[in-house]
Design a protein around this ligand. Structure first.
Ligand SMILES: NC(=O)c1ccc[n+]([C@@H]2O[C@H](COP(=O)([O-])OP(=O)(O)OC[C@H]3O[C@@H](n4cnc5c(N)ncnc54)[C@H](OP(=O)(O)O)[C@@H]3O)[C@@H](O)[C@H]2O)c1
Length: 304
């Protein structure tokens, strides 16, 4: 009989879950991905990489019970209710996140890792961010060994195609001299694999995770070097931040430090030496995204 233990991964066809599935496989775990469409392109890529795919839906508790049966661990991430066109409401996100935790507890899962966000820990007044507080509180209330990670803003978000990099300009949430923490999606997976690998060290912990801290000016310098042509930086226009209530609140969370993050990068790098700084990410996993963003015409897509 094989003694390889199984971790169930939610969202494995997406960014975080995909990174977690790959890192767990690399560490020798058996991985079971809950996917809505096992015949889809991304699910088939997972199968090709040795991941078991089972049909399921976050809105269908029965499918989760079947998927969690006999598993050692569960990685829980929910689709972003704040993302335009996601079709997921804030209440859906909370319902999905609490259902995953409840079912993990009932199935006797030994370790649940919930991916929250850097802004959790206090009420922000931004509904699609405060969903994470509600799920975190529920996870902590259960009789299940849990670890909560709070990822910083993804480096990938900076290179969203259509935001103006083709014209040599990046606009984001912080001021040019303000620091914000970022993490490469690849590293979320590696950290989660390390967490499952050392439950004694990480059980019961809530950890903010990040790989770099960058001002707007530093972003422009790194991007200029990587692109081989000048890239300037400015904060998103004040008019936009005052017209768009949610975006204005999100920028205020950078100003008060809650979205900017406060993780101790020295401590994190000591625990997770693989953590990529932005410069190395741009030359590695981010190179293709940079290339695409530099070629995609500006469509005025402001980040959220
Ligand atoms: N962007 C950032 O900087 C940042 C920072 C910190 C935290 N976050 C949080 O990260 C989360 C999103 O993670 P991500 O970027 O990895 O997501 P993503 O790439 O958008 O992927 C979402 C995943 O969820 C799956 N999914 C959607 N609805 C489902 C359902 N009803 N049942 C089962 N699976 C379903 C999708 O599967 P399909 O392939 O079937 O669609 C996909 O695999 C959000 O909660 C967001 O708030 C984001």
């Amino acid at each position: 009989m094989s003694d390889v233990r199984t971790v169930v991964v939610l969202g494995a066809t997406g960014q975080q879950g995909g990174s977690v599935a790959a890192a767990l496989r690399a560490d020798g775990w058996a991985v079971r991905a809950v996917v809505r469409d096992p015949s889809g392109h991304r699910a088939r890529s997972l199968s090709a990489a040795g991941v078991e795919t089972v049909r399921g839906d976050l809105g269908d508790p029965r499918s989760l019970r079947t998927a969690f049966s006999g598993a050692h661990g569960v990685f829980s991430v929910q689709p972003n209710s704040g993302q335009a066109g996601s079709g997921v409401t804030d209440e859906d996100e909370v319902r999905f996140g609490t259902a995953v935790a409840d079912i993990a507890e009932r199935c006797g899962v030994a370790h649940l890792v919930y991916s929250s966000a850097v802004t959790a820990g206090s009420t922000t007044g931004v509904d699609h961010l405060d969903t994470k507080n509600r799920v975190e509180a529920h996870v902590r209330s259960l009789d299940v060994v849990g670890t909560i990670i709070r990822p910083a803003t993804f480096m990938e978000l900076l290179l969203t195609p259509g935001t103006g990099l083709d014209r040599g300009h990046l606009s984001f949430l912080m001021r040019p001299d303000q620091t914000m923490r970022f993490i490469a999606v690849r590293d979320i997976g590696r950290i989660v694999a390390a967490v499952f690998g050392s439950p004694g060290r990480y059980a019961g912990r809530t950890m903010e995770i990040a790989g770099d801290a960058l001002t707007g000016r530093a972003l422009a310098e790194h991007l200029t070097r990587a692109a081989g042509r000048p890239i300037s930086y400015s904060r998103l226009p004040t008019a936009l931040l005052s017209q768009d209530e949610v975006l204005g609140k999100v920028a205020a969370l950078v100003d008060d430090g809650r979205l900017a993050g406060s993780a101790n990068l020295d401590v994190l790098r000591a625990a997770f030496p693989f953590l990529l700084r932005f410069e190395r990410w741009l030359a590695g996993p981010g190179a293709g995204l940079l290339d695409e963003a530099l070629r995609s015409p500006d469509a005025g897509l402001a980040p959220r």
